[in-house]
Design a protein around this ligand. Structure first.
Ligand code: HEC
Ligand code: HEC
Length: 101
């Protein structure tokens, strides 16, 4: 008899896990669709220091924090809402605010 209860318990746990699993979240992808898509005005070419782009995606914070590049210069091409903070919000980094510093 105990086996039956064990099986029922396992089935209930599996159903709860499946039922409450966080729903699929869209990633912030360049030129993607949906609210998190990263968009940059097509007028602007990517500067040399963005290359290779996958390196830049993971190292831009070092350049900015070290002061090699000024945050305000980024905002010449980037609108924070469309191409900084959608990703920052997704990864849990403080939003970029236009302070003029
Ligand atoms: C001259 C215009 C220009 C400037 C200045 C500029 N960017 Fe960009 N940035 C772009 C373009 C264009 C792309 C898209 C590149 C591509 O898709 O190949 C991009 C892409 C990126 C990406 C990757 C986005 C993604 O989802 O792949 C990050 C992060 C980024 N820029 C951060 C910065 C930061 C930080 C600065 C300032 C230090 C900066 N950019 C300055 C034009 C610029
Ligand atoms: C494709 C995703 C993505 C985009 C787009 C993006 N960032 Fe980031 N950014 C990150 C990640 C991830 C980190 C944190 C990395 C870490 O914690 O080591 C970060 C960290 C930073 C930091 C350091 C923040 C801190 O608290 O230390 C700065 C400054 C920064 N980003 C500037 C920018 C600017 C300016 C833009 C827009 C021009 C931008 N980022 C766009 C992913 C992105």
């Amino acid at each position: 008899m105990r086996k039956v209860f064990l099986i029922i318990a396992v089935v209930v746990i599996v159903l709860l896990v499946v039922g409450f699993y966080p729903s699929w979240a869209e990633k912030p992808v360049k030129d993607g669709t949906g609210p998190l898509a990263v968009r940059i005005d097509a007028r602007y070419p990517a500067p040399e220091y963005h290359s290779p782009l996958d390196w830049w995606q993971t190292h831009h914070m070092d350049m900015v924090n070290r002061g090699d590049l000024a945050k305000t210069d980024c905002l010449y091409c980037h609108e924070p809402v469309k191409s900084c903070n959608n990703c920052h919000g997704y990864v849990g980094v403080d939003p970029i605010v236009e302070t003029g510093e």
